[in-house]
Design a binder for this molecule. Structure first.
Ligand code: C5P
Length: 238
């Protein structure tokens, strides 16, 4: 999933998902299955996407006591997703338990899915974090703190905004993955995101993968929107 443009399949059902995917007949895609699709359709959605040859990031953002997360991850590891995630706010022990569960559940001969942690959601503003989470200081400091905790727990990387990528790579190292949502083309609809960037900016900041949802899924021509975004991400001028 490294260097991928990951499309967020934020659809309620399989029919809409299939209709969307049918517009990409010859592309090998990296796809994100989130709560909306997974909770309404169950684990079979993962195998049906994998059977089409696509990569899957299963974005369920686990956040519970360590034992529950460990057992849940052991189950998720059997589904064949390439990447899964947790909330770093669950703490180091919870993240270590997630890794234990993944190691335990990954079938013999298969690779353990990558595991990354959400730092601060890209929809969260600094003001909101200060007031509602009662975390003082800057958003960047909070993201860096969570990224360090994530590394100490042995995970592969974090979900963060593009604006924190440089600091994270500087402090933690270039191999630590930064997966960045909140991606919009210049002048595109921001929706509920606050810390946004264009694919070009994400690339110049050194993001390892970008997650793009509505800028592609809500477009009148999703294939064109995808190809344009991908070219911008890969630095190819159309
Ligand atoms: O439509 P949009 O591009 O804003 O979608 C972003 C996707 O990335 C959504 O599926 C959302 O759940 C996910 N995400 C996010 N911010 C995070 C983690 C995940 O927006 N920090």
């Amino acid at each position: 999933m490294k260097q991928s443009l990951i499309i967020a399949l934020d659809f309620p059902d399989v029919i809409q998902t299939e209709r969307f995917l049918s517009q990409f007949p010859s592309e090998k895609l990296a796809l994100k299955v989130g709560m909306e699709l997974f909770y309404q359709n169950g684990p079979s959605i993962i195998s049906s996407i994998k059977e089409r040859g696509h990569d899957v990031f299963l974005d369920l953002k686990l956040h519970d006591i360590p034992n529950t997360v460990k057992m849940a991850m052991a189950g998720l590891a059997t589904l064949g997703a390439d990447m899964v995630n947790v909330h770093a706010a669950g703490g180091q022990k919870m993240m270590e338990a997630a890794m234990e569960g993944l190691d335990k559940g990954t079938p013999a001969g298969k690779e353990r899915p990558l595991c990354i942690a959400v730092t601060q959601l890209t929809s969260t503003s600094e003001e909101q974090m200060n007031k509602e989470q009662n975390i003082s200081g800057s958003l960047t400091d909070s993201v860096l703190h969570y990224a360090k905790l994530t590394q100490q727990a042995g995970l592969d990387g974090v979900v963060c905004s593009t604006h924190e990528v440089k600091d994270i790579h500087h402090r933690i190292g270039r191999k630590f993955l930064t997966v960045t949502p909140g991606i919009r083309s210049a002048g595109g609809n921001v929706h509920d995101q606050t810390r946004i960037a264009t694919p070009e900016q994400a690339r110049s900041f050194g993001a390892d993968a970008i997650v793009v949802g509505r800028a592609i899924t809500a477009s009148k021509d999703p294939l064109k929107a995808y190809l344009d975004m991908k070219a911008a991400w890969e630095g190819i001028s159309c």
